[in-house]
Design a protein around this ligand. Structure first.
Ligand SMILES: [Fe+2]
Ligand SMILES: [Fe+2]
Length: 297
């Protein structure tokens, strides 16, 4: 488990002392080091706004050294092995609070993942950085929505234990932008597309329309994140003369990506840029898997 790092100043969004626009990649690293979730979320949103306004340009050539203790995160939640996390019934308010907390933790990690893509990988086209700054800002929005909903249940981010699977994949792919694109947006975030409809249905079944509405916003944006992952994965494959399908299979194996399991959200995956061959491969995987018993989704 990693310890929390000291809080650092949030990303500034204006010109620096020399009157030059701040480098958004340097500012993304500062936001990644920020340990307070609300401050980090605000920094991520301010940084994307600054990039859109032209006051935070990206220096693609900058090779930044990795500081110790990434990512900045609060003392709580306690990080535990995923097997220690119990499922709770969505029928009780406490069970729904635990679910909202787990989703908030995913979004907190997702802010970190997007900021990490911005600062870590030098030499990419300008649009790559803008895309990932946009993702970071949207993840920050998702985190804020869930934190506010959690507060309505009388809880705050940090109140329940969580696991660190998302950041683990970030670490494994730290030296390989192609693997990062393959395995974070195209694999882990894409699994979120599949997970969303059954969770939404269970929230509605429990009468929690407000939380279900937040899931609608998140699903809409997450389709865009996976689309961005697909765009840059294919861009990198084409630039190196690699076959995208073979390369994905090789990287998933090499980096021990989680095995894909249905049911899949084919509509969302199609909108997110998976091609017909990839969707057909998922459909055949789905057909091989036993249907889970009712109520276990
Ligand atoms: Fe998100
Ligand atoms: Fe996302």
């Amino acid at each position: 488990m990693m310890s929390a790092t000291p809080s650092v100043a949030p990303a500034s969004s204006g010109p620096n002392a020399q009157g030059q626009p701040d480098c958004a990649r340097t500012a993304a690293l500062a936001a990644l080091r920020e340990s307070d979730p609300a401050t980090k979320a605000a920094a991520a949103r301010a940084l994307y706004a600054a990039a859109l306004a032209g006051s935070a340009a990206c220096s693609a050539h900058l090779e930044l050294d990795e500081p110790a203790g990434l990512p900045g995160r609060p003392e709580r939640p306690e990080l535990v092995d995923p097997r220690q996390l119990k499922r709770r019934s969505m029928q009780s308010p406490q069970g729904r609070a635990v679910l909202l907390h787990a989703l908030a933790h995913i979004e907190f990690n997702a802010i970190n993942l997007a900021l990490d893509a911005v600062w870590r990988f030098a030499g990419m086209p300008a649009a790559f950085y803008t895309d990932w700054l946009k993702v970071a800002a949207e993840e920050a929005y998702h985190f804020s929505l869930l934190a506010a909903r959690l507060a309505q249940y009388g809880h705050a981010y940090g109140d329940f234990p969580a696991h660190d699977g998302l950041w683990d994949m970030c670490e494994r792919t730290r030296a390989d932008v192609l693997a990062r694109m393959a395995l974070v947006p195209r694999t882990l975030e894409a699994r979120g597309l599949d997970a969303s409809p059954p969770i939404r249905a269970r929230l509605l079944q429990a009468g929690d329309q407000a939380s279900a509405a937040i899931l609608d916003v998140i699903l809409r944006d997450e389709i865009g994140h996976v689309l961005i992952g697909n765009r840059w994965f294919r861009h990198l494959c084409e630039a190196s003369g690699l076959d995208a399908h073979e390369t994905y299979t090789r990287l998933a194996d090499q980096y021990h990506a989680p095995k894909l399991r249905g049911p899949f959200n084919f509509e969302a995956r199609r909108d997110a840029g998976f091609d017909e061959a990839e969707l057909a491969a998922l459909a055949s995987l789905d057909a091989q898997q036993p249907v889970p018993p009712t109520g276990s989704a």
